[in-house]
Design a protein around this ligand. Sequence first.
Ligand code: HEM
Length: 484
Amino acid sequence: MYFLLCVLIIMIPIWLLYLSIRCRLYIINIPMPRCNLLFGHAFEFLDKKRILSKFTEYCIEYGGIYKIYIPPKLPTLIISDPELIQQLTTTHLEKSLDYKVFKRWIGQGLLTADVKVWKTNRRLITPCFGRLSTLISFVDIFEKNGNQLVNYLENQMDNNSIDVFPLIKIITLNSMCETSMGVSKLNPDYMQTYCQSMQKLLKIYINRPSSIKRYDFLYRLSNDYIEEEKALKVVSEIFKMIMKEKINNNAEKNVDEENSNLSFLDMLLEIQTKYGLSKEYIRDEVNTFLLGGHDTTATAIAFTLYSLAMNQHIQDKVLAEQIELFGSFKEDLEVSHTELKQMKYLDLVIKESLRMFPPIPAIGRRITSDFKLGDYDLPKNMNVTVFIYGCHHNPKYFPEPDKFIPERFLDSTPSSFIPFSFGPRNCIGNKFAMLQMKSCISKVVRYFKLLPPKPDYNMNLIITATLFSENGIRLSLEKRVSSE
Ligand code: HEM
């Protein structure tokens, strides 16, 4: 026993040293930030609050490409140079291994599907989702939910600041259910529990790959596994509820209504019948769109409102545009698609917010065959992280990156602006998201003056699958008076 212990004490450091040398020699010309000789960058993942800033510093220092190492895995490449990102995302569509953990929840939905499945499904789904007439028909639902948000905010308004994020999440989830699934009667209490469970899953899934819990047998012994099981039970209920209401709605429809206003889910069900696809196909896409469609948009809306609260002169310009568009300051407007399109300054503000606070700060791809990326020869099976946040915060592409300057997008949108990713596997819902953000933010700005949070606070930004503020996204509100 004593002998075995001695062997382990000697062998483990030798093994770690071997892995460390192997890592340093692996694609030797790619720089690697200084790290612990045996444990690589593992310790840097312990301080969640420092990851964003640390990894962004590396992006600037190493010119948009570097490798990091967490033993015993081979190094992961982190890229943030726009040209390299474009080259990678247009040629490599397979997601990195880190996405595997999501499959228990969203299976072969678009976000996580293997390329072969993805190609067919994206081709089938794109026409259902991208049509202008479909988007225009969603505007009334966005407006209705925006009004609901204003009610929620008014009810919670007091002298102190409020965390707007949970309220906005309920609204974007409602919009997603109504626009894309065609259902509107889900229980509000359940929606709240759904959002909380979803947040829990995102946190567990993002932590797993960089910890020892990435090994299934160790993960199953952990508390996270128990929490995941519980949360999965909650989030999977939503599919059953949606399908139940859908069946009831369809039974109540008369013949004239049958082909009008088909929701995304109706179209998916048609595709399922036409191509003989499984029930799991529908379930995975519904869960994918609910996840991809509401949390990201809520994150973007909340950070934009926060940015406006912190930059009064920009908020004034947003309000001035509203007054110019609608003649005078009105509270109870129902805005049309054409009017949303005319909000040009708000467009710049949303872009700047997506730059500064990209709701998905990083995405991953896997190299499926040996590949030359820029000047570097990458071997098959390497995982590459596209660090969107790092690209958006590099002064080389966006001077004074920590300042909120919407005018930087006035002349054109640079190729370094990639909140919706790039290439064939980019975000399918980007137009939907932009429209909902405009509808919601313009409404809130017309109703409330947004003010910095009281008492003062700094957001603790961390990466879950989305960009997340651990201490909420807080601001203060003051109701505007109609004569403004
Ligand atoms: C501000 C809001 C949004 C942002 C910043 C955003 C961002 C992104 C990004 C970066 C990706 C690429 C993910 C990856 O490569 O792993 C993506 C994919 C995706 N997004 Fe969005 N998204 C937003 C809103 C939406 C909305 C509203 C929907 C649905 C209505 C949606 C549905 C999807 C889907 C299904 C994919 C997977 C596409 C594919 O692989 O073919 N997203 N999104």
